[in-house]
Design a protein around this ligand. Structure first.
Ligand code: CA2
Length: 149
């Protein structure tokens, strides 16, 4: 059995679907989990789906992923634009990581245009809402050589 893919979600993403639907859409984080899990099953992969508002917790999960996960998908939320700690954890993780964002961060405020974590990731997908996560699963599955059922 292949190791699961960890899908990590950063601060405030627990509020998804409750506020700012014009930016982030109407789907809740549970909806995202369901869609990601379904897509991963197509490739015979399991998902460990996690969310935290705390930077250190995200770092701990990335460290766990090194031994427990086959790959990592991360929406680090606002920590994307601030966190050297998450960058360092990803660099040490030694497993393929895809950075995702619901919104197109390049159409938004200037401070969202820079990501500290992109350089530690095999790719970045942004702007497609929940579909960004599904595309990340597909890309990672291909990278991991998972077979489509
Ligand atoms: O577009 C994305 O996925 C972001 O990672 C979302 C972050 C933002 O800081 C990044 O620049 C781009 C914010 C997540 C906050 O999510 C909320 C959802 C509903 C209501 C309020 C915040």
């Amino acid at each position: 059995m292949a190791k699961p893919i960890y899908v990590l979600n950063g601060p405030n993403l627990n509020l998804l679907g409750q506020r700012e639907p014009e930016v982030y859409g109407h789907a809740t984080l549970d909806d995202v989990r369901d869609r990601v899990t379904t897509r991963a099953k197509d490739f015979g992969l399991a998902i460990e789906f996690l969310q935290s508002n705390k930077e250190g917790q995200l770092v701990d999960w990335i460290q766990d992923a090194r031994t427990e996960a086959g790959g990592l998908i991360i929406n680090a939320g606002a920590y994307t634009h601030t966190s050297v700690a998450i960058l360092d954890a990803l660099l040490a993780a030694d497993i393929p990581c895809v950075e995702v964002h619901l919104s197109n961060i390049f159409q938004r405020e200037e401070f969202r245009h820079h990501s500290y974590i992109s350089s530690a990731c095999v790719g970045v997908i942004c702007g497609f809402g929940v579909k960004s996560y599904e595309l990340a699963v597909e890309a990672l599955a291909e990278r991991l050589g998972a077979d489509r059922d």
